[in-house]
Design a protein around this ligand. Structure first.
Ligand SMILES: *Cc1c(COP(=O)(O)O)cnc(C)c1O
Length: 404
């Protein structure tokens, strides 16, 4: 069907809440690293739905698992057992080395669930006086969009006119271990942090930071909660980003790629102590842990490992980073990345990153700007060397282009 039958962009603008400002492309099909628009133009997807489509668009094995499960049983609610949840628990626990699992849907729900759980642990196990629990978080964090979460954001756009907000959060700079040490009090129950700050522009903390963080949390009986919703499941070239420093979080949050982009599936993973405090009736979700979600997530985890996507992310990420660093353009201020979580930060004088993303679209690459001056590059983890080189050629052409 021709795209002129309905003007998708105008119709979205007419009826939809305008809480996004999409690049002007209407997508209708995807396969692996590629997506196609309604006119049949092909693009390399360098956003991967903010890392949710790490396994590549419409992965055939995840698709098959989803269709097969959808024919049998989709939703039971947790009022009854289903024959997928136990298998999902077993497989995600084995993959990540976790003891307890709480299945949810969106990433923000996993974060909210972790906040509730560590507070409960604080009162019932650590002995914090009721109502006094403190959670330490970092400036420029991104943990989702719920009221509880935006309350401790430092991004004015995210917060303005959405208050009043819940108390109990303390902000410190990211990458600063002495600031964490200074912020911890006897009432601190957790430190919630992203291993790499994705939405802030792929900010990688100094080497050794998380080793120090782990020591401080252990010494002060503070739960280390790592939000690996974006960094997890191979994106940075390891299963979990925490492995780059050889540490283990007490609570790990996964989402996004946990379903390979087919369905919202998230999870809180923890040691026995934190999730062990939840009793029947104290927390829940109608869709959390449903058989369709579990079947999809099981397939998404399986292909990630079986098809070597994590190793590929490390290999192609190194190639991509090296290639970006080799681009000689006075528009570039800094190139950063780990695995296939990459970013090019432009000089402010180079103009908004958005127009570079629009120029990339013209060359068959979809990427997304973040924070005015940064282009984020995060293709699906199935990208090949030739495809990385193909992308680099086009990115170099755009970054050296004269817009004036
Ligand atoms: C995307 C993201 C979230 C929120 O996930 P949603 O599914 O959009 O609610 C939380 N934390 C991080 C680090 C993310 O990248």
């Amino acid at each position: 069907m021709s795209s002129s039958v309905i003007d998708f962009v105008a119709t979205e603008a007419r009826f939809g809440a305008q809480n996004y400002e999409p690049i002007g492309v209407v997508l209708s099909r995807g396969e692996g690293i590629w997506v196609w628009d309604t006119d049949g133009n092909r693009y390399l997807d360098c956003l991967s739905a903010y890392s949710a489509v790490s396994q590549g668009h419409c992965h055939p094995k995840i698709l098959a698992a989803m269709v097969e499960q959808a024919h049998r049983l989709t939703l039971t609610s947790r009022a009854f057992h289903n024959d997928q949840l136990a298998l999902f628990y077993e497989e995600i626990a084995a993959l990540t080395g976790s003891h307890k699992v709480l299945p949810m849907n969106s990433g923000a729900e996993a974060v909210e669930s972790a906040i509730k759980s560590v507070r409960k642990w604080g009162y019932e196990v650590k002995g914090v006086p009721d109502g006094q629990a403190e959670i330490i978080v970092c400036a420029n964090n991104f943990h989702g969009r719920t009221l509880g979460i935006v309350g401790f954001s430092t991004d004015p756009e995210t917060r303005t006119h959405f208050g009043p907000f819940a108390p109990g959060f303390k902000l410190i700079p990211f990458g600063d271990a002495p600031a964490l040490e200074a912020a911890i009090t006897p009432n601190t129950v957790a430190f919630l942090v992203e291993p790499i700050q994705g939405e802030a522009g792929v900010i990688i903390p100094p080497a050794g930071y998380f080793t120090e963080v782990r020591k401080l949390c252990t010494a002060n009986n503070v739960m280390l909660v790592l939000d690996e919703i974006q960094t997890g499941l191979g994106r940075t070239g390891k299963l979990l980003a925490e492995q780059h420093e050889g540490i283990e979080a007490d609570v790990t949050l996964l989402g996004k790629a946990l379903s390979g982009g087919f369905y919202p599936v998230s999870a809180v993973l923890s040691n026995n102590a934190v999730l062990g405090t939840l009793r029947p009736g104290q927390h829940g979700s109608t869709f959390g842990g449903n058989p369709l979600a579990c079947a999809v997530a099981r397939a998404a985890m399986r292909v990630l490992v079986e098809e070597g996507m994590i190793e590929n992310a490390a290999r192609q990420g190194a190639r991509f980073l090296e290639g970006l660093k080799a681009i000689r353009a006075n528009t570039i201020r800094e190139v950063r990345g780990r695995g296939l979580m990459l970013a090019v930060e432009l000089h402010p004088e180079a103009g908004r990153a958005r127009r570079y993303c629009e120029a990339l679209q013209g060359k068959g690459i979809l990427a997304k700007d973040t924070h005015e001056h940064t282009i984020r590059i995060a293709p699906p983890l199935v990208i090949t060397s030739d495809q990385v080189d193909w992308a680099l050629e086009r990115i170099a052409a755009v970054l050296t282009q004269d817009f004036s």
